[in-house]
Design a binder for this molecule. Structure first.
Ligand code: NCD
Ligand code: ZN
Length: 348
C-alpha cells in the first residue's frame, strides 16, 4: 500500500478559466497543473489568434506568482473562422487546438457550428497542419433525448466529419458514455478522449434522485451507473487514448441555483485528491500518472512535464473550501460526496 505517490506534474487538457473577476478567483485553483488547454467559450468567444493572445496575457496576469500553469490556448470554431488565421496561430505556437461546439449544445455555444459543411475547408486545413479538433460531442436536435445526445453525435456528426477529413486529429472531450469510449478506442492514433474527474464519481441519480442538485449538473450530463463504471475502467485501465480534461467550469451560484440553472461543475480545487481516491479504489494508483501526466502530452506530441508533484495519504481529510468568492459572487466547489485523504504537495 502506498501512502506517498510521486508523479510527473499533471496537465489539464480541458479547462474553463473564464475572464475578469472570475478568472482572478479561479486561476489559483489550477495553478499547480503543468499545462492546461484553455476553453475559448468566453462572451464573445475567442475566435481569432489576436483574441487568443490577449486572453493568454490576461490569464498569465491572473495566475499567482510561482504558478506552474502554462496556458495552451484554443480558438472557437465558427462558420466564419479563417483557416489562414488558425494555421498562423498554430504555426507560431500561440494555439494548441481548435474547439468545436455544435451551436446551442452548452454554455456560451451560440456562435458554434450549425452547418458542418461550412467548416469543411477549415477542417481540411487543420488536418493538413496537424491542428487537433476538440469536440463537444453532443447533438442539439431537441428531438434527441438528452441522455442519448453523445451517442447520436458519434453517428450523425463526428463519424461523417472524420470520414470526410482523413488525417484530422480529434479529441472527443468529456466522454460520458460507453459508446463514446468505444468510439475513441476504435479511432487509432489520431483520436483521443478526455475524461473529467466528476464523471468518474457521479451518475445521473446524483443530479436527480431525492431532489435536484444543480451543482452536479454539467454537460454532457452524467449518465447511468453502467456508463460511470465504464469511464472508471477506461481511466484507470491504462489505455493511452484516454487522459484527464477536468472541464472545471465555474459559475456564480445564482446562475446555477435557478429555475433554469446553467451547466458546469467547478472541480479544479479537488481534482487530484478526487482522482487519487478513484484510482486507489480500483487498485490502480500506479496508473494515475499515465492518465493525468503522460497520455495527454503523448497525444499532443509534447514532452511530459519534467518536474513532479506528490500525493500524500493522510488520516485527516483534504479540506477544500466549499465555496470561493469571485468578485463578490459565491462559486460552489464540487462536492465529491466522500472524504478525500490524498493531499497534493509539491515534490522536492
Ligand atoms: C461548460 C461551461 O460552463 O462553459 N459547461 C459544462 O457543463 N461543461 C461548457 C462545456 O464544456 O460544455
Ligand atoms: Zn468544457
Amino acid at each position: 500500500m502506498y501512502d506517498r505517490l510521486v508523479l510527473r506534474r499533471p496537465d489539464d487538457w480541458h479547462l474553463h478559466l473564464r475572464d475578469g473577476a472570475m478568472l482572478a478567483a479561479v486561476a489559483p485553483s489550477s495553478a499547480a497543473f503543468g499545462r492546461a488547454i484553455i476553453m475559448p467559450n468566453l462572451v464573445p468567444p475567442v475566435v481569432t489568434g489576436a483574441q487568443a493572445r490577449a486572453y493568454r496575457d490576461r490569464i498569465r496576469t491572473a495566475l499567482p506568482e510561482g504558478a506552474a500553469l502554462h496556458p495552451l490556448m484554443t480558438l472557437y470554431l465558427t462558420e466564419g473562422s479563417d483557416p489562414a488565421d488558425i494555421l498562423a496561430a498554430h504555426a507560431e505556437g500561440l494555439i494548441a487546438a481548435v474547439k468545436l461546439y455544435p451551436a446551442g449544445a452548452t454554455t456560451n455555444s451560440d456562435s458554434g457550428v450549425r452547418d458542418f459543411d461550412r467548416v469543411r475547408p477549415v477542417l481540411e486545413a487543420m488536418a493538413g497542419a496537424g491542428v487537433p479538433l476538440l469536440v463537444h460531442g453532443e447533438v442539439t436536435d431537441p428531438a434527441v433525448d438528452i441522455f442519448d445526445r453523445e451517442a447520436v453525435f458519434l453517428d450523425r456528426v463526428l463519424d461523417p466529419i472524420r470520414r470526410a477529413t482523413p488525417g484530422l486529429r480529434v479529441v472527443l472531450e468529456h466522454v460520458t458514455t460507453r459508446d463514446g469510449l468505444d468510439y475513441v478506442r476504435a479511432g487509432g492514433p489520431d483520436m483521443g478522449g478526455t475524461i473529467t474527474a466528476h464523471h468518474l464519481v457521479i451518475n445521473r441519480n446524483h443530479i436527480l434522485a431525492g431532489g435536484i442538485r444543480p451543482h452536479y449538473y454539467c454537460l454532457p450530463v452524467a449518465k447511468r451507473e453502467t456508463h460511470r463504471r465504464a469511464l472508471v475502467e477506461a481511466a484507470t485501465g491504462g489505455e493511452t487514448c484516454f487522459f484527464l480534461g477536468t472541464d472545471s467550469a465555474p459559475h456564480p451560484d445564482h446562475a446555477k441555483e435557478s429555475a433554469c440553472g446553467c451547466a458546469g461543475c467547478f472541480t479544479a480545487p479537488v481534482t487530484m485528491p478526487l482522482l487519487a481516491a478513484v484510482f486507489e479504489a480500483e487498485g490502480a494508483l500506479d496508473r494515475l500518472e499515465g492518465f493525468a501526466s503522460l497520455h495527454g502530452p503523448a497525444f499532443y506530441r509534447l514532452p511530459p512535464n519534467e518536474d513532479r508533484i506528490a500525493l500524500v495519504r493522510r488520516d485527516v481529510p483534504f479540506a477544500a473550501p466549499s465555496h470561493i468568492d469571485a468578485g463578490g459572487e459565491s462559486v460552489t466547489v464540487f462536492d465529491p460526496g466522500q472524504p478525500l485523504y490524498w493531499h497534493p504537495e509539491e515534490a522536492e
